[in-house]
Design a protein around this ligand. Structure first.
Ligand code: ADP
Length: 456
């Protein structure tokens, strides 16, 4: 209780007690103590009830008078109630101001923001950018069902995935030249936030970057071929003094040629829209080719073992898959000291192996080496372009820094994933996991090694 309230309450209590004492005294003087006291008690009770009635009436009518100078407990009740009301009104005003400020901020956002009712999938609110980028009209579209309203965008399936909906990129219904990136954010039990961002400029810049890299690589190809050709024509035996320099020039020009080829391969993968050109990729001959390439690269100084326990073929782009797998084999050979082993294993990926659970019917191509290994901190960044564990080591091994980026792109285009496990000094394992959709039974009559057969 506040001091004011306590004083008011004590005052009322005092007045009641004083009233009763005076009534008692008057009763004694009049010779009717009990009747006068009872009359006074009934009168006071009546007065208190009248006061209570007044307060209740004012509360019901939402009216409370200014109470200057009044001091009883009922007046204090009025005053406290009045104070509460004023504080509540102030809080409400502040909340409303905040709400208005948030709405104004959301309305002014450059991204389209649409509040969607989850169950009915109806539009509850949208900002100005929603009108500009998605072609919504105010107020006609408030309360309209979202899916037909944003036709022809593929909204129905997308909304069906709800919380797990991925970001999608679509053309704006207003103009096909505007590309939008759509995100669905469930932010309360029954409301979703649909955010559409204009990524046209971003995509243009990305395309410019890709074109630039592809053009530069293409332009470098011809001069490099010429330099390479002339260097090959010079006989080091005729120019003994120049022989070391000639050797170095040849090595560097070859490295540059590999770099240009890898850059071109990457930009081809990036610019190839949609799915790769699918065909049956016979795995037995491909594994054999990989083994021979590995042996040639390591000049026979490594043991290369092929194990094909899957006995199936893949479905995808033969050229892309070959390039990805041979990058992995090349890396394994280049990072394994002479005398080491590289195992190329093609197996069923049924989730029995430890590691992330695999989809039933999938397969995995693994390249396992007994080489130098990679420290754990480098693993998450390995597939970035030009990311190298050690620059000097890479230069010596002749890598371009683009191999694993190519592998990642190829696998992405085949809905496959790359898993890397490695320990410094113990070697590395690069596994390409393919889903059942990418598996085909071997062609009848095709020669497939018996399960577990290994070739060296
Ligand atoms: P690079 O052409 O330089 O090999 P990659 O993108 O193919 O580039 O590989 C990135 C880095 O990953 C390499 O520089 C190398 O340090 C490391 N790396 C790749 N494969 C292996 C492996 N089998 N063993 C050890 N390190 C590897």
């Amino acid at each position: 209780m506040t001091p004011d309230a306590r004083n008011a309450w004590l005052r009322t209590l005092g007045l009641t007690a004083a009233g009763l004492v005076i009534a008692g005294a008057l009763g004694i003087v009049a010779g009717h103590f009990w009747p006068v006291l009872a009359l006074a008690a009934v009168a006071m009770l009546g007065w208190q009830h009248w006061q209570l009635g007044r307060v209740l009436h004012r509360l019901g009518a939402r009216r409370w008078p200014r109470l200057a100078g009044k001091r009883g407990a009922w007046d204090e009740l009025d005053r406290l109630h009045d104070r509460d009301q004023r504080e509540r009104r102030l809080r409400k005003r502040r909340l409303l101001e905040m709400l208005r400020a948030y709405r104004a901020a959301a309305a002014a956002l450059p991204d389209a923001v649409v509040v969607v009712e989850r169950n009915s999938q109806r539009i509850r609110w949208f900002n100005q950018a929603g009108a500009k980028l998605l072609g919504l009209h105010y107020p006609a579209d408030v309360g309209a069902p979202l899916v037909p309203r944003l036709h022809p965008l593929p909204m129905a399936q997308w909304l069906a995935s709800g919380r797990h909906a991925d970001t999608i990129e679509v053309a704006s219904p207003v103009s096909p030249a505007i590309r939008l990136s759509l995100r669905l954010i469930p932010y309360s039990e029954n409301l979703w936030l649909l955010v559409a961002r204009d990524v046209t400029r971003l995509l243009q810049l990305e395309q410019m970057r890709r074109d630039f890299v592809a053009n530069v690589s293409h332009e470098l190809r011809t001069p490099l071929t010429v330099i390479h050709g002339y260097l090959d024509m010079i006989d080091p035996d005729e120019h003994r003094a120049l022989a070391p320099m000639l050797g170095e020039m040849q090595r560097q020009s070859q490295r540059m040629a590999r770099l240009v080829e890898d850059l071109l391969a990457l930009s081809r993968l990036e610019s190839a829209d949609g799915a790769p050109v699918d065909e049956r990729v016979p795995m037995a001959p491909l594994l054999d080719t990989l083994r021979r390439e590995g042996l040639a690269l390591g000049q026979g100084r490594h043991r290369i073992v092929v194990e094909n326990t899957a006995g199936v073929d893949l479905w995808g782009s033969g050229a892309e898959l070959h390039s990805a797998f041979s990058n992995l084999v090349g890396n394994a050979v280049r990072h394994t000291p002479d005398g080491g082993q590289v195992l190329i294993r093609f197996r069923r990926d049924d989730g029995h192996q430890d590691g992330p659970a695999a989809e039933a019917g999938g397969v995995a191509l693994e390249v396992i080496d007994s080489g130098i290994g990679i420290a754990a901190e480098h693993l998450p960044r390995l597939t970035e372009r030009f990311y190298r564990v050690s620059n000097s080591r890479s230069r010596i091994s002749g890598g371009t820094g683009l191999g694993l980026a190519i592998v990642k792109h190829v696998l992405q285009r085949h809905q496959a994933r790359l898993e890397v496990r490695s320990r410094v000094g113990d070697g590395s394992m690069f596994s390409c996991h393919f889903t059942a959709a990418r598996v085909r039974p071997p062609e009848p009559g095709a020669s497939h090694p018996a399960p577990s057969e290994a070739t060296q």
